[in-house]
Design a protein around this ligand. Structure first.
Ligand code: DGL
Length: 256
């Protein structure tokens, strides 16, 4: 197989990274993709930094073993604590991460109030602190750790009374009090409609999926690694739980 025809490997702690994958497929339909969801070890966002790093290295090793030409860490949590490690370990291929879309949210209007929903690890670690430091004078930022939220998406529950009640418990204090919400975990875009309904329909929602896909395309072009074929590429779903249920959920989320 020619180098450019090799697949691009994505991984996440579960099915959330499909929100990034679908943006990449939209942008590069002729590329081949492998998506690995580590649902067996989810959630990552409440684990220790070293546990997340070990899992990220394991996932990347597996994808490298499958001959990928690039890796996308489709998980804000894993990006936050392991992007540097993976880049050092695999200097021969591009390693792209996803991070909370704080900058576009802060720039979308003058001096906005921005709520950032993400995992505990993402909000606690130095990558997010650095992002805050760089852009926080553009507006007011409210970081909100959301333990327990990704589990709804892992269960395939994207709407209904139960998930609305869960979200109301954490979001009602911000209803119509913020201008934007940043979805700083790749699972949350699948709950965007419910989140918008609770925080207020005029609140603008941002996520890092499209930006990450653009960056992936830019890096592949820069390294002359794009698949130039005209045929539609393939998308393969793998999951550490290995069950038909996970595979079906991946497909459901991908085609939403
Ligand atoms: N999807 C992941 C993220 O973007 C993490 C969810 C979790 O495993 O806690 O942060």
């Amino acid at each position: 197989m020619e180098n450019r025809e090799k697949p691009i490997g994505f991984f996440d702690s579960g099915v959330g990274g499909i929100s990034v994958l679908r943006e990449a497929v939209k942008l590069m339909p002729n590329e081949n993709f492998i998506y690995f969801g580590d649902s067996l070890n989810a959630p990552y966002g409440t684990k220790s930094v070293t546990d997340v790093q070990d899992l990220a290295v394991k996932n990347a090793e597996m994808l490298i073993g499958m001959g990928v030409k690039a890796i996308v860490i489709a998980c804000n949590t894993a990006t936050s604590v392991s992007a540097d490690i993976l880049r050092l370990k695999y200097p021969h291929i591009p390693v792209i991460g996803v991070e909370p879309a704080l900058k576009p949210a802060l720039l979308h209007k003058e001096n906005p109030k921005v709520l950032v929903m993400a995992t505990e690890v993402t909000l606690r670690e130095k990558k997010f602190k650095a992002l805050l430091e760089k852009y926080s004078d553009l507006g007011e930022v409210f970081p909100l750790p959301c333990p327990g939220l990704m589990e709804w998406v892992e269960q395939g529950v994207l709407e209904g009374e139960a998930v609305e009640e869960f979200l109301e418990n954490i979001l009602l204090p911000y209803k119509n009090k913020v201008d934007a919400v940043v979805l700083g975990c790749t699972h949350y875009p699948f709950l965007k409609d419910v989140i918008n309904k609770i925080v207020g329909e005029n609140v603008v929602i941002f996520d890092g999926g499209a930006g990450t896909a653009k960056e992936l395309k830019r890096r592949l072009a820069e390294l002359d690694m794009e698949n130039k074929g005209n045929e539609k590429g393939t998308v393969e779903f793998l999951n550490s739980k290995g069950s038909d249920r996970e595979k079906a959920l991946c497909e459901k989320l991908f085609y939403l």
